[in-house]
Design a protein around this ligand. Sequence first.
Ligand SMILES: O=C(O)CCC(=O)C(=O)O
Length: 281
Amino acid sequence: MNEREKFLFDLQGFLVIKNVLTPEEVCKLNLSVDKNLTKQDEDPNSAVGKSKTLSGTHKRGIFTGMLAWQKPWSQPFREIIVHRKAIPYLNEIHGRGWRLDHEPFILTSDYGSEGLLLHGATNHSFFGAAYYIYTNGKMRCGMVVLQYQLADVNEGDGGLCVIPGSHKANFPCPQEIRNWEVNPEIVYNVSAKAGDLIIFNEATIHGTLPWKNKERERRSLLVRYSPKHLHYAGGYYDVTFPDWVDELTEAQRSVLEPPYIYNRPLLENNGETVVRPHVEY
Ligand SMILES: O=C(O)CCC(=O)C(=O)O
């Protein structure tokens, strides 16, 4: 993570990193999805409350369970849970030791798909699972989201939106803003190309805007990580099961470890797995 990226992530609570995935990696991921289209569900977590501006004609779509899909379709998703280019970012913002918080999922939208109310812990009251602190020259976060775009998103298409800087906000976010009904100018629809990676903090106010692009559907892969001592959402894979854990690399298994500190396998920036005799932060 270079100085420019550190400045931007600290300032905005999110960061766009161009071309993290090669066109071949994007192709492989998309092919796996295309071969499993029948597994797409309506997203049960989609919620627009009373917001008229976030509503749509139907719910957004979701794919889950990709790590356990039939081979070879699971393989690109297994590779992505420890992507070499993502490791240095996670080491910088979580410090030494971090874990896959729960299973990756893919959000999809087509024309008319509804959005999702804006949400995020901010700095309003300390929430030990989603936070942002800067101390002794280091950033530290609760759960963060790595969103790999598998299709282009132009500003105005809809999809992921954020309120830049809101991870440091001290006052509660008014409901009208969470509904995207007033001050839409402070809400940024994050544009990115297929292969780009967006990292955002769960403390940053974010949500989903209704999908407006008639020609292209949304396809975003979300992989969420927490620091080594923390677990946010239900449904994490324990490294002691299921069976397919044996098929993973040492590095991939290390991020499925449950939350704990002592003698934890840690990932070096070069992808090597190490266990240190002392606790590292
Ligand atoms: O990428 C998006 O559309 C927002 C995802 C999100 O906030 C969520 O699913 O909780």
